[in-house]
Design a protein around this ligand. Sequence first.
Ligand code: NAD
Length: 324
Amino acid sequence: MALLKRILVTGGAGFLGSHLCERLLAQGHDVICLDNFFTSQKQNVSHLLGKPNFELIRHDITLPTWLEVDEIYNLACPAAPGHYQYNPIKTMKTSVLGAIHVLGMAKRCGAKVFQASTSEVYGDPQVHPQPESYRGSVNPIGPRACYDEGKRAAETLFMDYHRRNGVAIRIARIFNTYGPRMHPYDGRVISNFLRQALRGEDLTLFGDGSQTRSFCYRDDMIEGILRMMGAPADLPGPVNLGNPEEFTIRQLAELVLELTGSQSKLAWKPLPADDPAQRRPDITLAAERLGWRPVVALREGLERTINWFRSIDVSDYRPPTPNY
Ligand SMILES: NC(=O)c1ccc[n+]([C@@H]2O[C@H](COP(=O)([O-])OP(=O)(O)OC[C@H]3O[C@@H](n4cnc5c(N)ncnc54)[C@H](O)[C@@H]3O)[C@@H](O)[C@H]2O)c1
């Protein structure tokens, strides 16, 4: 029988965090969800509140906290450009102070701790696809640096706590992930396109639409995160998690129009600063060591996400920044 654990999920009310809480609760674990609701809605976890093995704490991870747990998943951080650029200094604090606080807690109570890192540590990559050994091409003074460099510093802290203090760590570099419960106003390409297509508004494309992205469906990502936490001790990471199938933004727009049956047109805008031209994970390490690879195709994942977008009232969601 699997050993039941006390597990802290920081950012547990967010898009990925709320699904992770659900999966951990379904396995019978005691789950503590910690969140300041900066980019999430309480309704993401309201259906979990009655469960005896679920607790919700409103707390900001930039401030210390004192909990006794066996495992920590550190997901607290705004993830979309419009969200993390809203208060860039706070974003950097969330990554760096948040890492220090969860690592201190892990060291004190002997917990294993997972860090949700990001493909953004590769910046605007010169190597394609990106293996974990690639050290990236990040502009340290650009508008995305608060997130990219914050996550890079967090990886450094994780490795140093591991080497210096023997803390059991697992770092995953997460690539673009989408699915039900993503914030409709997060400003990311899939939520923008779906919101626009369902309202019959023009779909906004930045640049000429030839830049590529790879999109991983939520359920595949949660499975990858769980497998990474269960990885052997000699695999602290970083390990890339993402879907290696690559699409141009224009292809994505056309697929969204087809699946929604929308009559929306395409509208072109200039490319934002430091927007990467290409992004695709090399997931050889995850496939070999975790036996993990995504199984949900973009068409299928989009259909499920479109159904969810149709089921919500978008006006229930705050546009949290002026950048959507
Ligand atoms: N979704 C993706 O495509 C993606 C890609 C790469 C990395 N990630 C990482 O995965 C994690 C989860 O991302 P997501 O897509 O679920 O984003 P999300 O914005 O939905 O979730 C982040 C959660 O963290 C909370 N939070 C933010 N700052 C906090 C603070 N100071 N204290 C406490 N809580 C705070 C937010 O309120 C939110 O609930 C993030 O760390 C993100 O950087 C996500």
